[in-house]
Design a protein around this ligand. Structure first.
Ligand code: CTP
Ligand code: ZN
Length: 153
């Protein structure tokens, strides 16, 4: 039996198989903030065959760019993207961690130059993936982040 927890959409972007409980971080990565005009639906901690529990985010009327979507791999490397047109899935793909990210993460090292308010330096991190574990290293100070969830800006 297949239960539908959130309605199908006519057109837009569906982010599926998000690690349970991380939908709000996905919204943050996509810069969907309070005050948005977008029609967004989401479900958290819903049953999933593959994952036990998962989150889902659906953004209507918008085809989010691959580059933006791939940032979701930082916190949820198994997430799948479905681009929907006329209720049909036009394209389905799995997110891929970018090699370098700018602005998405903030460095945990308070002394890092990327955290200096007076410096016009944007954070820059090199991403490494080993057996589905994603880590990041700061370009400026070399600090390694193991738990990326805690450092999404
Ligand atoms: N979806 C949607 N609106 C549509 C079509 C699909 O919101 N018009 C959503 C579904 O609810 C589901 C996701 O897009 O969350 C993928 O749909 P589908 O491929 O039909 O589901 P599965 O076969 O379960 O996907 P997968 O093989 O990726 O597990
Ligand atoms: Zn740093």
């Amino acid at each position: 039996m297949k239960e539908l927890v959130v309605s199908k959409i006519r057109e837009g972007t569906v982010i599926d198989h998000i690690n349970a409980g991380k939908a709000l971080l996905v919204l943050r990565i996509l810069k969907i903030q309070p005050g948005t005009d977008l029609t967004v639906s989401m479900a958290m901690n819903v049953p999933s065959k593959k994952m036990g529990k998962k989150d889902i985010v659906k953004v209507e009327g918008m085809f989010i760019q691959d580059e933006e979507l791939n940032k979701i791999a930082l916190i949820s490397p198994n997430a799948t993207i479905n681009l929907i047109r006329d209720y049909e899935i036009e394209r389905k793909f799995k997110v891929q961690p970018p090699e370098v990210v700018e602005e998405v993460l903030k460095c945990p090292n308070h002394a890092c130059i990327s955290n200096a308010e007076r410096e016009p330096i944007k954070p820059r991190f090199y991403i490494k993936t080993e057996e589905m574990k994603v880590t990041a290293r700061c370009h400026y100070c070399g600090r390694k982040i193991e738990n990326l969830d805690d450092y999404i800006s």
